[in-house]
Write a protein that binds this ligand. Structure first.
Ligand code: 13P
Ligand code: SF4
Length: 305
């Protein structure tokens, strides 16, 4: 079977079997073409509640599938490739956060959505890269303990100088690879280009950017801008998707190392096998875990809406 044939099989099968395919924007073009919806983590969490289908297949990483399950527990949620985890989501555990909380009892604990369901049970409010500033600005408490990404936390703290932030040393190993040397080289090679970066990059990189935003915000900015050239400081797929949708503009990845092997581990064949029941993994969570972990996601949707 070639790619188009496989895509047609997938489209026919998902229609017959009442499946909604959700894809994160870091997925490959072949996958986004067969998805019902592609977006950033905030948009995916909103879609998780809106989809009418009884089954959801997530092409992304595990915490994204867990978020869908928590928001729609009555649905059957499948992670297309079970090995797709997010290393940042697994950097901290409940015990560590509980110990830190006991040192800062008057702080509101804000979790980046890139965290496990278990970790979310000890947090107060969840945020995504696109919603963090808006949501934290609405939290009454001025003291914020932000986990796990200290780069996103640093970015948000600069945007909200009236609040006091306590950050821990966590973050995305992929975005952390970008160096100031990469910025210097990219800007020297493309002096007319605007630099758009994800807030998971380190503060020194974010400071050099013309625009900082989530994966979808970066795509929207580039599509709507009058500029013709862009240096893209996030996973390489965003530059590739933009090049397809805006052929009259030029997109340059900030670093060739910006490849998330977890996001890239899902293939069309995985999607096909997951639909047929010969692959993928159903997300199973106890009612207690769902009830406890989704409080902070509900809070995110309440404050972010
Ligand atoms: P977004 O919230 O921008 O989709 O980012 C998710 C992510 O994992 C970025 O590395
Ligand atoms: Fe996790 Fe980083 Fe991959 Fe995003 S790019 S899924 S934060 S490891």
């Amino acid at each position: 079977m070639n790619i188009a044939e496989l895509q047609n099989e997938i489209l026919a099968f998902k229609k017959q079997n009442d499946v909604c395919i959700l894809a994160h924007s870091y997925q490959t073009k072949e996958i986004t073409e067969i998805a019902d919806f592609t977006g950033d983590s905030y948009q995916l969490s909103v879609m998780a509640q809106k989809t009418k289908q009884k089954n959801v297949l997530m092409c992304g990483v595990r915490f994204m599938a867990e978020t869908v399950k928590m928001l729609s527990p009555q649905k059957r949620v499948i992670l297309a490739n079970p090995i797709a985890g997010c290393p940042m989501a697994e950097q901290m555990d409940k015990e560590l956060i509980e110990a830190v909380k006991s040192q800062y009892p008057d702080y509101t604990v804000v979790a980046y959505i890139n965290t496990t369901a278990e970790l979310k049970t000890v947090c107060d409010v969840c945020v995504t890269s696109s919603s963090a500033v808006r949501i934290i600005s609405k939290i009454q408490n001025d003291k914020i303990l932000f986990i796990p990404d200290c780069n996103l936390g640093d970015y948000v703290s600069r945007m909200l100088p009236d609040k006091t932030f306590k950050l821990l040393q966590g973050g995305c190993p992929i975005h952390a690879r970008v160096s100031l040397e990469d910025v210097k080289k990219a800007k020297a090679a493309h002096p007319e280009a605007l630099m758009l970066v994800h807030p998971e990059c380190s503060p020194g990189i974010v400071k050099e950017a013309d625009f900082v935003g989530s994966t979808s915000a970066i795509m929207d900015y580039a599509k709507n801008s009058d500029a013709k050239e862009f240096i893209i400081g996030t996973e390489i797929s965003i530059a590739q998707h933009l090049q397809f949708s805006c052929p009259d503009k030029r997109f340059y990845p900030l670093s060739k190392d910006l490849i998330c092997s977890n996001m890239k581990s899902t293939t069309l064949v995985d999607v096909y096998n997951a639909l047929k029941g010969t692959g993928g993994e159903e997300i199973v969570m106890s009612d207690e875990l769902i009830a406890s972990a989704r409080r902070c996601i509900d809070k995110m949707i309440e404050l972010g809406g």
